[in-house]
Design a protein around this ligand. Structure first.
Ligand code: NI
Length: 396
């Protein structure tokens, strides 16, 4: 068993460093697949800890292995590192120095927490069983995502279990969100082009108007969820972009629509493109127009492994106390995560670390220009990641 007092001290010691790392990363955000400086920073920081074997499997990701002195299993712990194309509107003194790019989802915090855990665990190597593999993943925000690339490059070779955390600003700091089964949705994307015949707005009879046809398509796509899919299933179809037209008095040639589809069941998911196409085809043909339809399957739903989640819940109860546990209702979270690329290969568990603080004004949702996190939550994440291998790596 580990000495709880010593571990608590090490976590306390690393707390301000983790906050500084997070602020440094927040100031220097980089977009998906472009995490050059971020990964270099992570690489150098990991190199400064003892006994870590640090490698780079892909251009902008970093992996570190810490092999304990005792035999045991291999636990992978993952943090994502990329930022978003958003212009930051916060006014604290560590705002983004990279115009138009912002850590608006908390990945700066994820990276800092995992670095903190690596630092603490490298000091506990003698007591550690098995191996901890620290995965600093690039490109979570941009499908096909960095996770699948790392899996293909062999990051999970020899790994028995994988865990990941996400900071969550909509909930007050002081909880760990634990969910069994599906904790994120399948997320797919589509593009539609409706091709009519342009003309003068005063003579619609000589044109084929893709604007009115598009309006019908958008409305009718909603019938899939309300009329074609069983009410117990959770599916969302959102048309989020409409582009077309150039002047008030011109009927355009083409209108383009795009959007996303979220679901949980793989069977239902597979049926959706055909249901959509039936509507698009029917409406456009009825009005003499034509269409292009492209549908791309994106990230799979993250499904937490029951046994692993149970063990982590026990651990959270021991280390944080029962009051820290917030049960997530399965199949209620419509967000998406490419952590599923890992958890499809080995048993995985994805947990939420709550990081909102209403009093401090930390209330903005993820991907908002004023998003930020309560930095107190970083310590909770570090604590969880430090204790996890001691709970999960023993063979018994
Ligand atoms: Ni995120």
């Amino acid at each position: 068993m580990i000495e709880t007092v010593k571990v608590a001290e090490l976590i306390k010691d690393v707390k301000s460093t983790v906050i500084n790392w997070r602020r440094y990363l927040h100031q220097h955000p980089e977009l998906s697949f472009q995490e050059e400086d971020t990964s270099q920073f992570v690489y150098e920081t990991l190199k400064s800890f003892e006994d870590l074997e640090v490698t780079r499997l892909t251009r902008t990701s970093v992996v570190a292995r810490l092999v304990g002195k005792q035999p045991g299993r291999v636990l992978a712990m993952r943090a994502d590192m990329d930022a978003l194309p958003i212009k930051e509107e916060n006014d604290f003194d560590f705002v983004s120095k990279n115009p138009g790019v912002m850590h608006a989802c908390g990945h700066d915090g994820h990276t800092a927490m995992l670095l903190g855990a690596a630092k603490v665990l490298s000091q506990l190597k003698d007591q550690l069983q098995g191996e901890v593999r620290f995965i600093f993943q690039h490109a979570e925000e941009l499908p096909p995502g960095g996770a699948v690339e790392m899996v293909n490059a062999g990051v999970l070779e020899g790994v028995d279990q994988v865990i990941g955390l996400h900071l969550a600003s909509p909930f007050e700091t002081g909880k760990i969100g634990v969910g069994y089964g599906p904790v994120s949705a399948n997320c797919d994307v589509f593009d539609i082009a409706i091709r009519g015949k342009g003309g003068h707005s005063s003579q619609p009879n000589t044109a084929i108007d893709p604007v009115t046809i598009s309006a019908q398509v958008v409305n009718n796509l909603q019938h899939i969820v309300s009329r074609n899919i069983a009410t117990r299933e959770k599916v969302v179809i959102s048309v989020t972009q409409i582009h077309g037209g150039s002047a008030r008095n011109i009927i355009p040639q083409t209108v383009k629509l795009s959007g996303t589809v979220r679901s949980f069941e793989q069977e239902i998911r597979k049926e959706i493109p055909a249901l959509m196409e039936r509507i698009i085809k029917g409406i456009t043909e009825a009005h003499g127009a034509s269409y292009d339809f492209e549908y791309e399957f994106g990230y799979d739903s993250v499904v937490n492994d029951h046994r692993l989640t149970q063990k982590l819940e026990e651990m959270i109860e021991d280390v944080f106390g029962q009051e820290f546990i917030s049960k997530l209702e399965p199949g209620k979270m419509m967000g998406s995560e490419d952590f599923s690329a890992f958890s499809k290969v080995v048993p995985g568990c994805f947990l939420l670390v709550t990081a909102g603080n209403e009093k401090e004004g930390i209330v903005y949702p993820h991907h908002h220009p004023r998003f930020t996190i309560d930095e107190e939550a970083l310590e909770h994440g570090v604590k969880l990641l430090v204790h996890a291998p001691f709970k999960l790596n023993s063979h018994v």
